[in-house]
Design a protein around this ligand. Structure first.
Ligand SMILES: [Zn+2]
Length: 87
């Protein structure tokens, strides 16, 4: 899995957590930047509703100034990333 894919999974978990009965859905939650850049651990405070809107638009969650990946970059890169390095 690519970093962007991993961050999407993490954000999905955050979103699920925001749906818990004890959670405040009006509050802003920390979602992670999905730009997929190496070493990017930026997070963004948005509400679950804003997150849902991005997901509906199939738009990535991005920190300000972070460029989005192309939509199909994930599946195209997965096998390359998992291939063993030749020595
Ligand atoms: Zn980023």
């Amino acid at each position: 899995m690519t970093r962007a894919g991993l961050m999407r999974e993490v954000n999905r978990g955050v979103r699920l957590f925001a749906d818990e009965p004890d959670s405040d859905t009006d509050a802003s939650w920390e979602f992670f930047c999905e730009c997929g850049a190496e070493g990017c651990f930026e997070h963004i405070l948005i509400s679950p509703f804003e997150f849902d809107a991005l997901r509906r638009a199939e738009a990535p969650v991005l920190a300000p100034g972070h460029p989005p990946l192309t939509p199909d970059a994930d599946s195209a890169q997965d096998e390359l990333v998992s291939a063993p390095a030749s020595s």
